[in-house]
Ligand binder design. Structure first.
Ligand code: GLC
Length: 773
């Protein structure tokens, strides 16, 4: 492995690649029809297309339509927009209620402003192309601008200072601050400029790079395809998410069980081992909602099979698990073993469903089953066929699938499929590589959805492209049991959330390497507040079940898994918010306090909704940390101690304490801890963190947690407004939806108990600091 030594930086490789970039030239002709402005330059044609007042699309094509986009990301169609066009001496101005686009004639250059006149995008160099089919654009970026998003990237929250590449890649080597790219591609970023946010989405499936190393500009380069990007006006970070997810869709509500605690290992190798695992959770009264079957469940790693010796009775295993309130989630990889006696291989070959070279030969690559072929997920009928194969699982009661290795990963030098493979007719793998995994996951989701007859499927995926959240939750792949990887998981998931992947998490405890009790405790504490909460661990390393490191650690881990279940009504309500607005459950502080520059670069604290802040300890032998509190007063969740915001404090955090802070005035719904989401809540408690004076609001959402009936109004959505005044709390409660909840809502006051409580104009008696709403 010469590239692992200093050989990798020998001078001969450091010479600049000779590139011949050509500008698109001056604008020669322009034509405006409805909300599309078409223009012709010396070397390219282009369009400026308003999708809404606050969303504009820019396309520039120097290749005469040779590279049709195959991106599956955008699902919205343009709405009607009134555009005011004016010709000026140097060019043209196009204006909607929220955006102004200025086209400079000579040479062609764009500048885009929001309605307040904030500059969002400006070509500091003309858009360029290269004969080979590459495109480059260079936009202004002020030295103080902060850049977020870009999906699944290592490093800190702010992505400036590095070059980021989009090319879905399986990386088992330790993920460092510089490890790039990883499994997903989200060519999207959110820029925060003096507290104003805007977004930009380069809808390119080819390999792309974002060069964010410079002080006053950034460069976007695509290895192919005409330039195609969207600008979102903001100005609030939440507006940008609403705008971006208007375009690429929002997450469907997952089944509630997908939000519970999940236990995984590569692998639980026999049916007996899985039963014993579930029995141990139950004997120890530790909540559990899902157990994963990694590759050992299969017959020599053939997907859609069970190993007859290890798993002779899969149906009764799934049934047994369900009786204990646990779902079984098997892994399904895209590689199909080359084996003439294997049905999936035979059927796929007969139907011509596997990826091929242009000359018609099958592409073969090595993965877990040995030599394998790969379904051409770019073809609709292949996706349908693949989805149908899942009756193998759903027929025995399985409701969740884990898609892995779908970059696609191949055990060779390039780590993936040959770029010369052609998909769905004549699209090269070079063009569609980044969307292959998303297309597989779409097939899985739709297959399951059909087969589950009204129940919500759960799909987990490793690879993805912009829009993946429509089908699956995402986990950040093969991390390690390192403290640094625990730290890394926060900015990684925050930026995934800012890239619309609201339902995401990292392997709790770390996948490879050996965890220890302290690390597993600290990681479980953090994981309990991540959207997706799974403990997973690799073959050959220390076991990582909650009891793996002895009684003391087990008790703390158990407490935090229980805490997850106590917080589920809050988390589920936030899931609904993400489903409706695109705003993720787990948020950087910046999202709630964009005008507070102290928050812009915080990578080690996060918000769970708008009024709860988590500040974990992520260092060994450490029982304290520094916490930044944004403006307002904050209450320690455990001790009820108060903190005045706008400053930092050193807080104590012994091993059994995850620092959690709730904003004064906030309301948070909790349930009683329970062993599984299978158990219905009879009572929820709304903790009201009282304040002297002021108003706060809370939205509690619930439904049956398993079906799509919520789409037809079968939900309960409580909008609660609390006004604190003169020792009295006035609640105004409005309830929407047709779902009859299984619970009663009790209000408990935290802090000073008011002397009077009025609910919708009616005075209520307070007993033991609580009332029933
Ligand atoms: C990959 C996955 C990991 C899984 C393993 C075996 O490394 O990222 O989660 O356990 O494959 O299937």
């Amino acid at each position: 492995m010469l590239e692992d030594t200093s050989f990798a930086i020998r001078p001969v490789d450091q010479a600049d690649e000779k590139e011949v970039w050509q500008p698109v030239g001056d604008v020669q002709k322009i034509e405006e029809k409805k909300q599309i402005c078409s223009f012709t330059c010396e070397n390219a044609s282009g369009k400026i297309h308003f999708y809404r007042d606050d969303i504009v699309r820019v396309t520039i094509d120097p290749f005469d339509g040779k590279y049709d986009s195959v991106s599956p990301a955008v699902i919205a169609t343009p709405e009607k927009v009134d555009v005011h066009v004016q010709e000026k001496e140097n060019g043209w101005t196009l204006q909607t209620k929220q955006l102004t686009v200025i086209i400079e004639r000579s040479p062609f250059r764009l500048a885009i402003y929001d309605q307040e006149g904030t500059l969002l995008v400006r070509d500091v160099q003309p858009v360029c192309f290269e004969a080979k089919g590459r495109m480059r654009c260079t936009h202004a970026l002020a030295p103080t601008d902060v850049v977020y998003g870009l999906g699944e990237k290592t490093g800190v929250l702010n992505k400036r200072g590095a070059v980021w590449t989009m090319w879905n890649t399986d990386v088992y080597a330790p993920h460092n601050l510089e490890t790039d790219p990883l499994y997903q591609s989200h060519p999207y970023m959110m820029v925060l400029k003096n507290g104003h946010a805007h977004g930009i989405f380069f809808d390119h499936t080819y390999k792309t790079t974002f060069d964010l190393r410079h002080e006053s500009f950034y460069t976007f380069t695509s290895d192919g395809g005409a330039l195609d990007y969207y600008v979102f006006a903001g100005p609030h970070p939440k507006d940008v998410l609403a705008q971006y997810t208007h375009l690429v869709g929002r997450m469907p509500l997952p089944p509630k069980w997908a939000l519970g605690y999940h236990q995984s290992r590569y692998s639980y190798e026999t049916e007996q081992e899985v039963r014993e695992l579930i029995d141990t959770f139950r004997a120890k009264h530790i909540p559990l909602d899902a157990v994963y079957l990694d590759i050992h469940y299969m017959d020599e790693y053939r997907v859609f099979t069970f190993d007859q010796k290890r798993f002779p009775h899969p149906q009764s295993l799934v049934q047994y698990a369900k009786e204990q309130g646990v779902h079984i989630v098997p892994i399904v990889d895209p590689g199909v073993k080359v084996d003439a006696e294997y049905d999936t291989y035979r059927d796929g070959v007969q139907k011509d469903y596997f990826c091929k070279y242009a000359d018609g030969t099958l592409y073969k690559g090595d993965v877990w089953p040995g030599t394998s072929v790969f379904p051409d997920f770019l073809k609709k009928k292949v996706r349908k066929w693949w989805g149908e194969q899942h009756t193998f699982y759903t027929d025995i009661g399985i409701e969740g699938i884990w898609n892995d290795m779908n970059e696609p990963s191949v055990f060779n030098e390039t780590k993936t499929m040959d770029e010369q493979v052609v998909h769905d007719g004549w699209k090269t793998h070079r063009q569609v590589h980044n969307v292959y995994g998303m297309m597989m996951t779409e097939a899985t989701y739709h297959g399951l959805k059909k087969q589950l007859k009204g129940k919500r499927p759960f799909v987990l995926t490793r690879a993805g492209f912009a829009g993946i959240h429509r089908y699956a939750a995402v986990w950040t792949g093969d991390n390690r049991s390192f403290w640094e990887h625990l730290e890394l998981s926060i900015p990684m998931c925050l930026n995934l959330g800012l890239s619309a992947v609201a339902f995401c998490g990292a392997d709790v405890g770390g996948f490879a390497h050996d965890a220890n009790g302290e690390l597993l405790v600290r990681w479980t504490q953090v994981g309990a507040f991540f959207p997706y909460f799974r403990n997973h661990c690799a073959i050959g390393f220390a076991r990582q079940e909650p009891w793996a490191f002895g009684e003391t650690y087990e008790q703390i881990i158990k407490r935090y898994i229980e805490l997850r279940y106590e917080w589920l009504p809050h988390l589920y309500s936030l899931c609904f918010e993400a489903h409706q607005t695109g705003v993720p459950m787990m948020r950087p502080l910046m999202m709630e306090y964009p005008n507070d520059r102290e928050t812009w670069n915080i990578s080690d604290q996060f918000m769970v909704g708008n009024e709860v802040m988590v500040a974990p300890v992520m260092r060994p032998y450490t029982a304290h940390r520094i916490v930044y509190f944004p403006e307002g007063r904050w209450v320690d969740y455990w001790t009820k101690e108060k903190f005045e915001g706008g400053q930092r404090y050193i807080v104590e955090a012994p091993l059994d304490r995850l620092p959690i802070y709730v904003k004064e005035g906030a309301m948070i719904a909790h349930a009683k801890a329970k062993l599984s989401t299978f158990i219905k809540d009879e009572q929820l408690t709304l903790y009201v963190y009282t304040m002297k004076e002021g108003t706060s609001t809370y939205t509690l959402y619930d439904d049956d947690g398993t079906t799509f009936a919520y789409e037809k109004g079968e939900y309960v959505h409580m909008h609660i407004r609390a006004t604190f005044l003169d020792d009295t709390v006035y609640f105004e409660v409005e309830t929407e939806g047709a779902y009859e909840p299984t619970w009663q809502l009790r209000v408990v006051f935290v802090g000073d108990v008011p002397s009077t409580v009025v609910v919708n104009g009616e005075q209520r008696a307070i007993e033991e600091a609580s009332i029933v709403l």
